[in-house]
Design a protein around this ligand. Structure first.
Ligand code: CU
Length: 116
């Protein structure tokens, strides 16, 4: 895990002048095509904390602050990802249901995605 991270950082340094790929650096939720955009803020909240989408649609979380967060669904299966400053997380929900989630770093930083 640590090795992989170092390799990723190395690659990012080497290819800093090329276009970013994936769902992290230099992307924004505004152009992601997600049906709901949620900010993870330095005030330690998800804003908005509740969002509703249809199944098959996606949610985009964006961290515009300086504090790292995670997006971790309480079911432990749907999402478990870090959301570091300047990055986004794009996730598609194929199945209807209620998906409460939290930031594992900051107690009380919670939200819910309702998928119809
Ligand atoms: Cu947090």
């Amino acid at each position: 895990m640590r090795f992989a991270l170092l390799m990723a950082l190395g690659a990012a340094s080497i290819y800093a002048c090329s276009s970013p790929t994936g769902v992290t650096t230099a992307n924004s939720c505004g152009s992601s095509g997600a049906s709901a955009n949620i900010g993870a803020t330095d005030g330690l909240v998800f804003s908005p904390s509740a969002a509703t989408i249809a199944h098959g649609q996606s949610v985009c979380w964006q961290n515009n602050g300086n504090i790292s967060h995670t997006v971790t669904t309480n079911d432990g299966n749907s999402i478990s990802a870090s959301l570091t400053p300047g990055h986004i997380l794009l996730h598609t929900f194929p199945t209807a249901g209620s998906y409460p989630y939290r930031c594992t770093i900051h107690a009380g930083m919670t939200g819910t995605i309702t998928v119809n």
